[in-house]
Design a protein around this ligand. Sequence first.
Ligand code: GA4
Length: 325
Amino acid sequence: MVVLSKLEHFPYLNKNCIANNLLYGIPLIDLSKPDSKQLIVKACEDFGFFKVINHGVPMDFIRRLESEAIKFFSLPLSEKEKAGPANPFGYGNKQIGENGDIGWVEYLLLTTNSEFISESFKSVFGDNPDKLRLALNDYILAVRKMTCEILELMAEGLKIQPKNVLSKLLMDEQSDSVFRLNHYPPCPELGSENLIGFGEHTDPQIISVLRSNNTSGLQISLRDGSWISVPPDQDSFFINVGDSLQVMTNRRFQSVKHRVLANSLKSRVSMIYFGGPPLCEKIAPLPCLMEGEESFYKEFTWFEYKKSAYKSRLSDNRLGHFEKI
Ligand code: GA4
């Protein structure tokens, strides 16, 4: 009985979610349904996180990128290291960022802006025309398109005009977006202990779009501070509200804290698109959402926020420095 009365407040929870996820499900948004605008807004307010189905990204693009990523991560370490270090872009292993964070993960970090992957890729892999590069190109363009559709539905749900206020930041030639391929190798010695694959953090950008294979590990933090495991689903995407969107909505949405735990038996492969604005863009609450209220934040540009974020540790509260006292 208690469960049912709680669920009434979460209209996006369908039977599928309830079966998958016990008491608190993960909000599920069907992009082909007319009520998705309102449900996206509700999911961002309640969780800063939701799962998307009927997303329109061709399965072939997803499978091709996954299989190329697996081929890359299967190379000998010495080969992979030729594409490193991930500073700012390239191959990284265990070390996350520059400030001492460590995880049970190896990854490729790439920029997606203007000259796009070919340039970023050349600096990482040299001139080698590569199937991975082509797979990345198709995948990122399709995922960016879907992300922009989601941001436009969000703007409509928030009654913001024009509806491309958010999506235009990702479509801008100067958009400072990033792409990440993560590989979490299995860790058989684990036993019942939890090993951190990627420590808890929020994403600094506007929005992040994650797809993984069918290996568990991702957890999100709920508003009460508890952690729940997100059941993996290789056919869906998972959307995170980032710090910048928290500021642009003056905290109506909050960026979601998340982490990844290593799995003792199966390898986890995830691919994440981090949609960011141009470096010179002011990150401030959208005036139409303010209704006479004060901004919780000082004025800053994405460049200033990013610079400060990259000096922080993963679990730091990065927005703290930018709050008005
Ligand atoms: C988290 C989101 C993205 O993965 C990322 C990460 C970045 C990195 O791996 O270099 C950061 C992290 C992320 C936030 C704080 C800083 C920077 C590691 C770190 C300790 C690419 C990003 O944009 O911010």
